[in-house]
Design a protein around this ligand. Sequence first.
Ligand code: TRP
Ligand code: ZN
Length: 856
Amino acid sequence: MSEFTPRYLADYQVSAFTISTIDLTFELDDTATKVTSVMSVKRQGSGEEPLVLDGEHLTLLSVKIDQCLLSASDYYLSATGLEIPVRADEFQLTIVTEINPQDNTALEGLFKSGDAFCTQCEAEGFRRITYYLDRPDVMAVFTSKVIADKIKYPYLLSNGNKIASGELDNGKHFVQWHDPFPKPCYLFALVAGDFDLLQDSYLTSENREVALEIFVDKGNLAKAEHAMASLKNAMAWDEETFSLAYDLDIYMIVAVDFFNMGAMENKGLNVFNSKYVLADTESATDVDYYNIEAVIAHEYFHNWTGNRVTCRDWFQLSLKEGLTVFRDQQFSGDMNSKTVSRIQNVRVLRSQQFAEDAGPMAHPIRPEKVMEMNNFYTLTVYEKGSEVIRMIHTLLGAEGFAKGMALYFERFDGMAVTCDDFVNAMADASKVDLTQFKRWYSQSGTPHLKVSESFDPEANLYHLTISQHNQAGELSSPQSCLHIPVKMELIDADSGIGQQQLLELTAPEQTWTFEHYQAKPVVALLEDFSAPVKVDFEQTDLALEVLMLAASDGFCRWDAGQKLLSRYLHKLVLEPGYALPASLITIFSKILQKDSDPAFTAEQLTLPAFGEVVDQIHQVDPLALVNALKTLKGFLAKGLQEPLSACYHNCAEKTALSHQQAIGNRALKNICLSYLAVLPGADTLVAAQLSSAANMTDTLAALNASAYNNLPAFDSQMSAFESKWHDTPLVVDKWFTINASLNSDDIFERLAALLKHPLFSIKNPNRARALIGAFVSANPQYFHCQSGRGYQFLAEQIKRLNEINPQVASRLITPLIQYKEYDLSRQQLMLEQLKVLRALPQLSKDLLEKLDAALN
Ligand code: TRP
Ligand code: ZN
């Protein structure tokens, strides 16, 4: 019963006990691993409370307090924990448990990834290893001894520094590790296996020599080079930007194939999904390279924002995640094109986070009620959380923000703290009042800005009025309105000269007046996407075209084009035969001919994603939107055929480019291909690119074009690809993804066959997502088909995953619980599947929480 009760932020209480040290011994075995834990425990309160330890899926072998072995009548054992009515205020507690890593398909706690043992303890997985106070404000010094077969597991790893190792009987050996930094148990890690090891080192600004080690599956050594280079760049960046240097003598990263998420920042021993480590140009795309750099940096940055200063409780998750995402985004912006990086952040926010904020699981970046913590590693906590930090950065300036960070570490190093603690440090260091700003932490929903303008030609005055509204569209009250930084530029229509300014919207409605304008200026609003809001502002096509070419801010140039395209997509959804204006061709041919960064031009030519438009149209018919996207793409392809083709061939012929230039060049070439491939006779062009492609980026672009247009050669192209890559798991994932996104009426027969394919395994999260997740997000035409078969397919797979891996099941259900975005007939079909799932016996807590939220 207690397992299914929600917890509330308001109920936070300090732990009745603390644990200052924990000594762990693991005797590794596939099905019966023995875990011995020796802890120094101390009462914190004055009361007589019993010691209540968390524990799940454990077999308890023994409990000892000091030298006294307890019998079963000395404690209460339940499915969720162990309660000991202890009297002493300070004692040594010894607990021995047995666990089964082999059968652990949930991939939480200790599990097997292929032949290796590894752990995942965040958020509450340590309780699947031993009985413990599994909460982030209980911080202990960990010592861990790992014992295993020497031949099968030559590498035995844990957090901190190696302090002992040696041989044991029966072909076993051991290694003992000590982590001097007290930490919550969610940062504990253990890995045992046989790997190839890439070694390097880094000299910190404090002249500390740090050994850098990346462990990968045998044969993959060369594929770890990019991750290593990224790690060193991240280490240098954090020293330069925030004066933060690494603190241990060794930093290890292990890449595993079975992992629920991207990666995990365990102190000194990061565990990564191999997808975010392994890359070479033949097998990985430019996007893969970009993501590896970002995730490597993200986990590294956690060493300070998350590990040295951690969260008081899980409601504060955005304290470490929002801040660390902000840090990795800034880093990625510095390493790559800043504008293109920013555009990618905004696309994710608009196409996914806005939907989450409008759906049944909407929550503030600091949630107030949680049933299953794993359900709150969300786009809201991470991405919107990062936007909130970015707004603080905007309001304080880079220097004020850096001062705030310095004060934050001065105050809280080694502690478990709250989001309020962070904001207070920022406010105190910069002397900027952030009292009203804090409302961003407790309000859910995407704020809406309504904008109007007027021009007085007599007085040469320009007035800009902005009001703020909540998710439901109601004008915010003075008590609820947010502090919103609005960066903007006024562009003089004649000279094209702009004036930039930061407006601070703090009231429900405000008007700003600008003097000395001879003619009405064009306003570029929300430069660099300075706040995570929706903007309601009816700018004319002409004004948007001015912005596309003349706004100083790259984000605004891009955004104006997206607004123009969305406007016509909307018209096409309402009226499929709508005659699109020739002006669209004119402006986009100007964009194509403009001498911009090719990576940026590629973004300008990219149509808004399905999910972005869904969010803009009330109860949209998804097939009408699929068709609108097809029509607009065809219209642009036809009207721009010549310049697109010229641009394509120009890019294809370019040689002697720098690494960064080559990436931008490929992006531009491949967006041109995606247009040209919808025109008659595309087969030859796609086939030619496929046969000449020297890297995965170009190969995948061609295969995707083949899948989107259901080209006749699709099957033969895919089987050639399969024969070439069947031994490379990350590329096999790509193969499943392209198969799942094929626009073909027999897609459901194909999906059934793919589920039975020898390379498919629903137990591997990457593989499950590559097939099921990709069908759902990359094949809207069939996922949303009128028969409801798409929804039924998803529900059936979620049903299987409910028993195998609840975390993966719970993430895949997202589009179904967001049923209100679609027309009423889709809503009915989705609801039907939600009810089927709700009726399942043995529903996991993860799914139950979401289903109950969706079905009320
Ligand atoms: N802290 C991790 C990160 O953001 C997130 C994470 C990794 C995680 N694995 C997980 C969260 C498993 C929940 C469950 O870098
Ligand atoms: Zn993180």
